[in-house]
Design a binder for this molecule. Sequence first.
Ligand code: SF4
Length: 267
Amino acid sequence: MERGRRLEYLRAIGVEGWERRNMPAPPAAVEAAQLPMEVPPETSSIQRQAPVSKSIERVVRPPVVRARPDEPLSADAQSQWESLTAEVLSCTKCALHSTRTQGVFGVGNRRAEWLIIGEAPGAEEDRRGEPFVGRAGQLLNAMLKAIGLPREQVFIANVLKSRPPNNRDPKPDEVAACLPYLMRQIALLQPRLMLAVGRIAAQNLLATDMALGRLRGQVHHFGELNTPLIVTYHPAYLLRSPADKRKAWEDLKFARSTFQRLAAQEQ
Ligand code: SF4
């Protein structure tokens, strides 16, 4: 992206003048993860706690045959998306169905190579039926734009498809009931990279109670497809704690460089 434009987007997410200051050294784990054949130092402990998280270098991913982003979906794929959407919107598998206004399936490009995953719908999302709307959604859009990704080019979903009352944390049984929907979204989408935003999404996807700060700066893997997964802050948290926007920017740059590396490996 052209420098002036990127600065404009960075200002929009509140990272002012980042190029003029002395940038802090990237976290050690980031440097380690960027070294080929090096295992990030924290990965081994995460592997013990979370079987779905593995070092990128040790994982043999099944080959993915990718359609071009502008290619139309096959009739079969379209029908699978539609039936999955209908299932989610009429789901009663956990108690949250009785308090939600509507299910929030997810939104975006069904050929997206980036899958953005949050925690659960909030009040506005529950009302509008779309994830990441309102102020947090606007900040997420600005964060994505800062790395050259318009919202229309990614797919955005949550771990939970129904809003927990009063935005409380999801309960384990709700996550267990809802996660198969996300797995099916991933199987249909086959994203190149997942970006988990916020502690709750990261901890539930990686089956760990490790602090978000320790999960940042490395590549995890999720699910049967071993989809690479990177963790960053939730935009709602960044609105409350703007001092951490700089760290979020480091995460986004790490995600972008990881994505580029993965894309180059697949060519
Ligand atoms: S949260 Fe998930 S499992 Fe629970 S009712 Fe909503 S869609 Fe179904």
